[in-house]
Design a protein. Structure first.
Length: 324
């Protein structure tokens, strides 16, 4: 009898709880949402996140608060969101670090596939292979020849371990069979100064960063890391055109939420993101910021994450990059 009473009590609780949960999902969102940015305020990720968040908030006539949690190359922010309530009110802005982290951190307290629900892709930001004007290389073939003639003498810079500038160049090095030393920086400001001065002999920069340095006359773009010729620099041939198709890996910026977030809520967020990306205003702003709008449905985006986890695991292993 006692067991029977407990069963009745549980059944009554579920009957009351499920409709309430359904109503909460239908009313989503009814209070401010937090979008956690794993980088500093004013970073490219922050800019892209704010552009879509503003449009999504306007759709709902609500509020989306952007909060910066920089540190650990994105891992601190990811850990916070992974352990947040799966109610749709805490989002994480993600890029290359998200898929690469499992291979670079042996004590990671989160997993990009297990602990998150994909929402969708915001945009893809092509990188550009840049060298200082003083370097006698006008294309990728000349750069590779120079590197092979002087093994270990050339270098490349990147804004941090696990960034697209780091892993993307390591992938290119392996494909080209060259020995070029990697030099890590804490972000882009000093790195850009050093590539312009010739202290650094190569790097990968975003469209806006490359354009700014092109205007100073200090650097040369010798390749585009994009699926096709980029609208930002249409005269620059892609790495694929120059014989390195496998190095055509474009950084993406996307949104995820904690695992176990109800599908109706995740679908509602994803729909709002897709609607934002379809508006000319958002497309124009992302384009000006150097990121090509590129929506990806939830299932497609989940596949992108899994594929990149496998890709970067192989790059890290082949390059002999020690995990932290």
């Amino acid at each position: 009898m006692r067991i029977g009473r407990i069963g009745v009590m549980i059944g009554a609780w579920l009957a009351a709880a499920v409709p309430g949960a359904s109503v909460a999902q239908q009313n989503f969102p009814d209070h401010p949402i937090r979008l956690i940015n794993p980088y500093s305020v004013g970073s490219v990720a922050d800019v892209f996140g704010r552009i879509v968040a503003q449009s999504m908030a306007e759709q709902w006539k609500g509020t989306i608060l952007i909060e910066s949690r920089s540190g650990g190359n994105g891992s601190i922010a990811a850990a916070e969101v992974a352990h947040a309530a799966p109610d749709g009110y805490t989002w994480l802005l993600v890029t290359t670090f998200f898929a690469a982290s499992p291979s670079l951190n042996v004590s990671l307290h989160w997993d990009p596939v297990r602990d998150f629900t994909p929402i969708g892709q915001i945009c893809r930001a092509p990188n550009f292979f840049v060298v200082p004007n003083a370097l006698p290389a006008n294309n990728v073939a000349e750069y590779v020849a120079l590197a092979k003639a002087m093994p270990g003498k050339l270098n490349y810079s990147h804004p941090g371990k696990g960034s697209s500038g780091h892993l993307g160049f390591e992938l290119f090095k392996r494909l080209a069979g060259i020995d070029v030393a990697g030099i890590g920086y804490r972000g882009y400001p000093q790195m850009v100064v050093d590539i312009s001065s010739g202290l650094i002999t190569s790097t990968l920069l975003s469209a806006n960063q490359a354009l700014a340095q092109m205007q100073t006359g200090t650097i040369r773009i010798i390749g585009a890391v994009s699926d096709g010729r980029s609208k930002y620099f249409p005269d620059v041939p892609t790495l694929a055109e120059q014989g390195y198709a496998e190095a055509q890996v474009m950084p993406w910026f996307s949104i995820v939420v904690p695992a176990a977030t109800p599908d109706p809520v995740a679908d509602r967020i994803s729909k709002a993101l897709d609607t934002a990306l379809a508006t000319p205003d958002v497309q124009h702003k992302l384009d000006l910021a150097g990121c090509e709008p590129k929506a990806a449905p939830r299932a497609e985006f989940a596949g992108i994450i899994r594929a990149d986890v496998a890709l970067w695991a192989k790059v890290v292993k082949d390059a002999g990059i020690p995990p932290d």
